[in-house]
Unconditional design. Structure first.
Lengths: 253, 835
């Protein structure tokens, strides 16, 4: 039996906008299983990113419960959430968000050293991962502004997985990349997933969503549909795309 | 208009920082205005007061027996000198003038006592605060005190003022206070006025001397006059007299106020530097933060100069408000400041409102702040539109990777903080200057506080002479060495040494005569510490003060010629010592060395060092039991009880006491024949001429100074700590705003707010440590200047205090920065990253 890594009960998130409460997530129940590659889709403003941040402990829900590996995290203080994130989660952002004043290698190590001891093995691991995603030795000494968007995002992914997180969150990781770079990034994520990594990703792109094993469709802060697919690469891609398209059409996407 | 709106937006967005800059400019202008007003008022307070008194500008006090008619004649022959008069005046100096203070304890003052009629020979006798005339007329014993007793020491008309002599109290009712031109300070002495009858009474207690008073012209040279006196009489007048003049009185009354003014101007410079630095730092951060907006404005056709103005308006506004408020408050507080000036000088003073001067300061500070802001804001022109729209590519770091994280051991927060510090090291320069200035002020104030925390103990420790509890002046002919040995055997006596007193000698080529401190063996002294060299050991060796060394250029190994009554002797300088004696011009000779220049000298007193728990009054009673009443006490007796013989004996005793204590008579025998009875007696029972305490005098002179400096130091410490906190708070807040995205990224990686706050704190530590080091050097020079200017001594800093305060400054800066970074807690990860 596959166990759940992340679960929500009646999750709500609202924002105050000029004194008016806007309910972005409403009584949402969700169960994410270990090893799943879950993609959250929906129209703009449907609450995709808000849900991702609430699930990952980046933001606190207004109401409801979030269980991570059976532990409730919604009442954690900000610092407790930080400790929770460093031990359990990895993040890949649409805008990459690398530290501008640090080299590629230091960006990765900054993420690692808050969790792990600074051993030669750690640096070797970081370098190997960076090479694995296609970066060359000389790139490791570069600063973020000297990288292309795709290269920067690959650094972002390595930074996210360097601590072997229990779950990897990705917020439109290909949103600012051209199609070639976007494909490279998705291939890396698929590889990571095949190695057993649980992933939750927000996207509004069909090609990106094809990598998922489970697609959740969000509308007005609630889940309105769900679609499961086999592991990417194990089935016919055309058929996979057609079925997913059909599901999304049904959702009114 | 768009530019002005951007400015208003910045003000609205950064309200707290605007308030902080208002606060700093407020403090700057307030302190500067206070300094300028007080400096002006210091001059006018003395000049106005002196002019009002109509006082002669010179007085020379000498023992009656040393007076020669030539002294007056020389003055009268000088056409530029007027109002030459000789009067009698009672002297109670160097521990002899003991009074009971308000709490009932005894305290010593340097005092002169005169009558109303004689007072009018010196000055106009301007009364400031007094009882009604009929009330005064009904008083048995009344006294007029100079204004410092009211202004500084808090006495009121109608209160009791009590002289203490020979164990007896002589209470007087304070009739009122008057403005004294000369003799109105604790250092030079106070002039007190009593009735003719009471003057007569007190002349039994205190020694009557002659006072030559006169008005001299500005160029008149006292040293030249003394030389003329010596030529005319063959006697050295300068070594036996006290001289008072306008300039000396003004200097002694204003020296500490001057020091406070210098310190306050330093503080105001610290706040000004802090303000300018802060504004430059903030503009720099704002430009970086608003780079894209700048690019958009440039793309729309705004010139860089116009955009720069957006950053100027904000600071013209905030510094202008702070400066104007500081100016207004300083004008409002002017009466209070005048009160402080008057209080410190001991003169009641109204002062004038120098609003024009304050206005100029307001303008200057605003212009300085605006000027520096403009210079920094001009950096906008370095960013053409494309570069600005790309978030000023120049702001990114492409250089060598400083402190790469690979292989680093230890706490990651420390390394990340240090890495960020080194990457932005240039921005730390301004902070370093700022903290150096503030740190120097803190170190200075802390050293002052440490030195003055135990009241006068600190000052006593740098007096440069031993402070025995009792100075026992012996009658002429008494063997001081045998008395020393007898007293040394008494309970509670720690040590006794014979003393030649503190005679004055002339130094060849110097306008400053020297008080001589004489010891058989200086290694036995308890409060004389060499600054350089060693104690004199042989009769041709001398030790001089730091003040004399600095003023007259003497160094170790130099020869110095000492003159006494026509005898000139040369001495080799073996040591240079810190001393406040004689205004910092004392010299030190061994007994043999002193006998070279004054072969006829005999020790005339003993100095008694008591154990800590010994009651001095009880000890004096023991001395009375052993040696009988002292001459000073006997001559002040006024009892009229007893039969005829005892009354005659008492009068005879009093006459003998006067002859012994005042005229130096050594042996008296008397026989009085009344009817068939002969009453006879002699003076051989008198051993002690007078008992006084140098320690008491030091306390009365130094306590107000030490208390003022202590309070000032505490105030300065609080103010600077506040200024430093504001500086660090603004820097930190500004840094958080500039680095919010990086902070958000770090938070997303799992760095807690506390981690980031620690990083913020540590990031500032290298700056603080370097700045504290420089601050220690600056403070050392400040302290040196303070001691030389104020006390004529070269005193180092207390290294323990320096190290402790340095550590405290670093910790204080760390914690203020850490706490200021607390706003990181309030910002969520997503807000930080996407704001």
């Amino acid at each position: 039996m596959v166990s759940s890594i992340l679960r929500t009960e009646k999750l709500c998130k609202s924002f105050s906008n000029g004194g008016v409460q806007q309910h972005v997530i409403k009584n949402l129940d969700l169960d994410i299983e270990k090893g799943d590659f879950t993609v959250i889709m929906g129209a703009s403003g449907s609450g995709k990113s808000t849900l991702l941040y609430a699930l990952s402990g980046m933001d606190k829900p207004s109401m409801g419960k979030v269980f991570f590996d059976g532990t409730q995290i919604q009442d954690y203080s900000n610092d407790e959430l930080a400790v929770f994130r460093r031990g359990n989660c990895g993040f890949v952002f649409q805008s990459v968000y690398l530290l501008e004043n640090q080299t590629v290698l230091d960006n990765v190590l900054t993420g690692a050293l808050i969790v792990q001891k600074n051993t030669p093995e750690l640096a070797t691991k970081a370098k190997e991962l960076l090479k694995k995603v296609g970066l060359k030795d000389e790139d490791l000494k570069k600063y973020p502004n000297q990288l292309s968007g795709g290269e920067a995002q690959r650094v972002g992914i390595v930074r996210a997985i360097i601590n072997d997180p229990k779950i990897l969150f990705a917020d439109e990781p290909t949103g600012q990349l051209n199609s070639a770079s976007g494909k490279d990034v998705l291939d890396i994520l698929s590889d990571v997933h095949k190695n057993g990594q649980s992933i939750v990703m927000v996207t509004h792109d069909l090609k990106t969503a094809l990598r998922a094993t489970r697609v959740i469709f969000l509308r007005d802060g609630g889940i309105v549909g769900e679609y499961r697919m086999p592991l990417y690469g194990t089935d016919d891609e055309k058929e996979r795309r057609s079925n997913l398209q059909q599901f999304l059409d049904e959702m009114g996407w | 208009m768009k530019i002005f709106r951007l400015s208003l937006f910045n003000i609205k967005k950064n309200k707290k920082e605007v308030i902080a800059i208002i606060f700093l400019t407020f403090i700057t202008v307030f302190l500067m205005s206070a300094v300028v007003s007080s400096a002006n008022n210091m001059n006018s307070a003395f000049d106005e007061s002196f002019e009002k008194t109509g006082c002669v500008n010179n007085m020379i006090i000498m023992p009656k027996e040393k007076y020669r008619e030539e002294y007056i004649n020389i003055l009268k022959e000088d056409p530029g000198i007027s109002d030459v008069k000789r009067t009698g005046i009672l002297e109670a100096m160097v521990g002899a003038g003991i009074v009971r203070d308000k709490s009932g304890d005894t305290i010593a003052y340097n005092m002169y006592i005169t009558t109303e009629q004689t007072e009018k020979e010196y000055e106009n006798f301007v009364k400031t605060d007094m009882l009604d005339e009929p009330v005064i007329n009904n008083l048995d014993h009344y006294i007029w005190l100079p204004s410092p007793f009211e202004v500084t020491l808090g006495y009121k008309p109608g209160e009791t003022f009590t002289f203490v002599s020979g164990g007896r109290d002589y209470p007087f009712t304070i009739a009122g206070f008057y403005e004294a031109g000369l003799m109105s300070s604790s250092g030079y002495g106070y002039k007190l006025i009593v009735s003719e009858r009471d003057y007569e009474l007190l002349s039994y207690i205190y020694t009557e001397k002659y006072c030559i008073s006169f008005n001299a012209y500005e160029e008149w040279d006292r040293t030249e006059y003394f030389e003329m006196c010596t030529d005319a009489t063959g006697e050295n007048l300068s070594s036996v007299c006290y001289s008072y003049d306008y300039e000396g009185e003004k200097q002694i009354e204003s020296v500490f106020l001057l020091i406070f003014l210098l310190l306050s101007s330093f503080l105001s410079m610290v706040t000004l530097v802090a303000t300018v630095f802060l504004i430059r730092r903030k503009i720099s951060n704002d430009i970086e933060d608003q780079m894209i907006q700048i690019g958009v404005l440039e793309a729309l056709g705004y010139r860089s100069a116009e955009i720069s103005l957006a950053y100027i308006y904000e600071y013209v506004f905030s510094s202008g408000i702070g400066a104007v408020l500081g100016g207004i408050v300083s004008v409002i507080c002017l009466p209070l400041l005048n009160g402080i000036v008057g209080n410190m000088m001991g003169r009641s003073f109204q002062g004038t409102k120098n609003s024009g001067g304050v206005g100029i300061i307001v303008l200057i500070v605003t212009l300085v702040v605006t000027g520096f802001a403009l210079l920094k804001a001009r950096t906008v022109k370095k960013f053409p539109p494309v570069m600005a729209l790309r978030k000023g590519i120049q702001t990114h770091h492409f250089g060598r990777n400083i402190l790469p994280l690979e292989g680093r051991k230890g706490n990651i927060n420390v390394w990340l903080a240090l890495k960020d510090f080194f990457i932005n090291i240039r921005s730390g320069l301004g902070a370093c200057i700022c903290i150096t200035a503030a740190g120097a002020a803190i170190l200075f104030a802390a050293n002052m506080l440490d030195f003055f925390k135990k009241g006068t103990d600190g000052l006593v420790s740098i007096m440069g002479c031993d402070m025995a509890e009792e100075q026992i002046e012996l009658t002429n002919g008494v063997d001081a060495y045998s008395i020393r040995d007898e007293i040394a055997g008494l309970d509670g006596v720690r040590k006794v040494r014979v003393s030649y007193g503190y005679p004055y000698l002339k130094i060849a080529g110097s306008a400053d005569d020297a008080t001589v401190i004489i010891f058989d063996d200086f290694t036995l002294s308890e409060n004389i510490f060499t600054n350089e060299g060693r104690y004199p050991e042989h009769d041709n060796e001398i030790m001089i003060s730091v003040g004399r060394s600095k003023k007259e250029g003497y160094r170790l190994g130099d020869s110095i010629t000492v003159i006494n009554d026509g005898i000139e002797k040369s001495y080799v300088i073996t040591g240079i010592v810190n001393t406040m004696m004689n205004g910092g011009f004392g010299v030190y000779l061994t007994t043999d060395g002193y006998l070279r220049i004054n072969p006829n000298a005999r020790p005339g007193s003993v100095e008694v060092y008591l154990e800590k728990d010994v009651d001095r009054k009880e000890f004096e009673n023991v001395l009375t039991d052993m040696y009988g009443s002292n001459a000073g006490e006997v001559r002040s007796g006024t009892d009229t009880d007893g039969d005829l013989e005892s009354r005659i004996r008492r009068v005879a005793d009093e006459k003998m006491a006067v002859l012994i204590s005042e005229y130096g008579v050594t042996d008296i025998d008397y026989a009085i024949h009344i009817d068939d009875k002969v009453i006879s007696g002699d003076s051989r029972g008198y051993v002690i001429k007078n008992i006084s305490s140098f320690k008491d005098l030091t306390k009365s002179q130094m306590e107000p100074i030490s208390e003022s400096i202590k309070l000032y130091s505490i105030g300065a410490l609080i103010l600077i700590a506040l200024v430093v906190s504001v500086i660090l708070w603004i820097i930190t807040v500004s840094n958080i705003r500039r680095q919010r995205q990086s902070l958000g990224i770090m938070k997303s990686m799992g760095y807690s707010s506390k981690d980031l706050m620690v990083q913020m704190g540590i990031k500032f530590m290298p700056v603080t440590i370097v700045a504290t080091f420089f601050a220690s050097i600056v403070a050392a020079y400040l302290m040196k200047a303070f001691w030389i200017m104020g006390f004529g001594i070269d005193k180092g800093m207390n290294m323990t205090v320096i190290v402790v305060v340095d550590i405290l400054i670093v910790l204080f800066c760390y914690y203020v920065t850490y706490l200021s970074a607390g706003r990181i807690k309030k910002i969520s990860v997503t807000e930080l990253m996407t704001e």
